[in-house]
Design a protein around this ligand. Structure first.
Ligand code: NI
Length: 254
């Protein structure tokens, strides 16, 4: 069994339409042990559940992403609640705040909080998207105290330490390998390895040396190599510890 645990992927994306099953079969035959597919809306959440039946190593998170909100989102929350009861659903995600896009912030916050409450009700962890919304994200973490992962962590070292203090895990992916990633590197350095998990956010955010190309879980090796450099440990140690962190946060045993 492989040592790569991808805590955040989007294999439903159309970028994989031409070779999805071929790719997933070869990844699961190789270094990949688990990929958690994140829902961004109802269809992608359902897709993750369907694919989790097809591959032993595939698990699903279900949720409404801030970029996917509409007037129907309150009704969709009811559907997410039902989907969350399916076998192999390990988290509510991808949920959170995105202030880069012009989406009404009150709506974003309300849907985010409703999903944190749902996760608490079902005793599930969450997978959180925070883009240019660090202040409000931290406020909400302090108020609702969810368990889970801040995905593609992009805050400061100070925020990283505070998030860990609140019991969160931080997800690091391709960005940490980028040339201009000083802030992300500092954040990774500032927190214990026991609070770090690895992710792709594929098909996006391929690490160096594959930056700009379609991403998949096999590229996690490059992120692990970079973290090994940051932490002064071997790549094998990084993969081993982050895999066990991922099993713990998602409550899966493999
Ligand atoms: Ni994502």
């Amino acid at each position: 069994m492989g040592d790569i645990f991808d805590t955040h992927s989007h294999y439903n994306d159309s970028a994989f339409d031409s070779d999805r099953d071929e790719l997933l079969s070869s990844l699961f035959d190789g270094a990949l042990c688990v990929a958690v597919n994140q829902g961004t809306d109802i269809p992608s959440s359902e897709w993750g559940i369907e694919y989790s039946r097809k591959y032993k190593g595939m698990y699903a998170a279900v949720g409404l992403h801030p970029e996917c909100l509409s007037k129907n989102s309150f009704d969709d929350l009811e559907i997410i609640k039902k989907l969350a009861l399916s076998p192999k659903v390990v988290a509510i995600g991808e949920i959170g705040l995105d202030y880069y896009y012009d989406i009404p912030r009150d709506l974003q916050k309300e849907i985010f909080i409703r999903q944190l409450e749902l996760a608490a009700e079902l005793s599930l962890p969450v997978n959180i998207h925070d883009r240019e919304a660090h202040g409000d994200t931290l406020d909400i973490l302090r108020r609702y105290r969810p368990k889970g992962i801040l995905h593609c962590f992009s805050g400061s070292a100070e925020m990283a330490v505070e998030a860990v203090r609140l019991g969160m895990y931080l997800g690091f992916g391709g960005v940490v390998t980028f040339r201009n990633a000083r802030k992300t590197v500092e954040a990774a350095r500032a927190v214990p390895l026991e609070n770090i998990v690895l992710e792709t956010d594929c098909p996006y955010l391929s690490p160096e040396p594959n930056r700009g190309k379609r991403n998949d879980s096999s590229n996690i090796i490059f992120t692990a190599q970079k973290l090994a450099e940051i932490k002064g440990l071997s790549t094998e140690e990084i993969l081993k510890v982050t895999k066990s962190n991922s099993e713990r946060v998602y409550n899966v045993s493999i």
